[in-house]
Design a protein around this ligand. Structure first.
Ligand code: G
Ligand code: G
Ligand code: MN
Ligand code: NA
Length: 254
């Protein structure tokens, strides 16, 4: 309860901030986009990672105002980078299932795009496999509408949930984010590397971009490249960074 009250106060006082993790071309190490990841900056200076407050935010429904703040802030920041002509092509934002199920989700996203001036093609929304498994006409309709707006859709943590291949085929998904639990073992465990190779191939057949999460070693990078994976996110290239650091290290004007 104390945490919930603190979370409410944090929302009122705007104690949240976004870090951005580079999404990088595995061959050239050039920047493709970033994933926005929320942090909670307590008055005492402590930075709380999302694992410590997102679950509670989900339970209490506070994820709705928090997720809306994240989306607005990410779009505002991205529009600023685009307006300055900096070399970045997209920002990916995590969308919780609860946010996705809001009846007025599309209006809310439209309002944020209008307010920030960001063109929809710069925005990618990350959703989970479990959401696709809801199997309702509403999920279908919303995904189609987002796609029609020109927003990109990514499936996050792919491989950790239960998802049927027919869903992948049926929905307009642009990016498949391979969960880092598979990447972790690819250098040592043939089963893992075979699974990863199969998922990459599957993604290629479905005409999706494959992004490997949690790439930490050059060996993992090599195996992914060999298997036809083009993009990754991971500590090998960069941790999530505050906006100013991202600019300094990754967004020097071309
Ligand atoms: O940033 P970190 O590496 O600690 O992220 C941990 C997890 O928190 C991520 O897997 C991500 O799914 C979740 N997360 C981070 N930011 C957001 C956000 O803005 N919204 C939602 N729903 N989840 C987030
Ligand atoms: O939403 P998602 O679960 O994809 O969020 C990405 C999470 O993965 C964040 O918590 C981020 O800090 C974490 N992460 C990013 N790169 C790496 C990595 O190379 N290794 C590990 N262990 N975690 C990573
Ligand atoms: Mn994510
Ligand atoms: Na993920």
């Amino acid at each position: 309860l104390a945490l919930e009250a603190a979370l409410r106060r944090g929302l009122e006082k705007e104690e949240f901030l976004l870090y951005y993790q580079p999404q990088v071309d595995l061959r050239t190490a050039s920047l493709e986009g970033v994933e926005a990841l929320v942090r909670w900056s307590l008055p005492g200076g402590e930075l709380v990672p999302p694992a410590r407050f997102i679950p509670l935010a989900e339970e209490t429904g506070l994820i709705l105002p928090l997720g809306e703040w994240v989306l607005r802030q990410a779009c505002r920041q991205m529009q600023q980078w685009v307006a300055r002509g900096l070399p970045i092509r997209r920002v990916a934002v995590n969308l919780s299932s609860r946010q996705f199920r809001q009846a007025d989700l599309l209006q809310r996203i439209n309002a944020i795009l209008a307010e920030t001036g960001l063109a929809p093609r710069y925005l990618e929304l990350e959703i989970t496999e479990s959401l696709l498994m809801d199997n309702s006409a509403q999920v279908d309709a919303k995904l189609e509408a987002l796609e029609a707006m020109g927003i990109r859709l990514a499936i996050d943590d792919f491989g950790t949930g239960y998802s049927s291949l027919s869903y992948l085929k049926r929905f307009p998904l642009h990016t498949l984010k391979l969960d880092r639990s598979f990447i972790r073992d690819i250098a040592d465990d043939p089963v893992s590397s075979n699974i990863v190779a199969s998922i990459i191939e599957l993604g290629q057949h479905l005409d999706m971009d494959i992004l490997a999460e949690g790439v930490e070693t050059d060996q993992q990078r090599g195996i992914l490249l060999q298997n036809g994976c083009r993009t990754c996110q991971g500590y090998l290239f960069s941790h999530p960074l505050p906006a100013e650091e991202l600019e300094a290290r990754w967004l020097r004007a071309a």
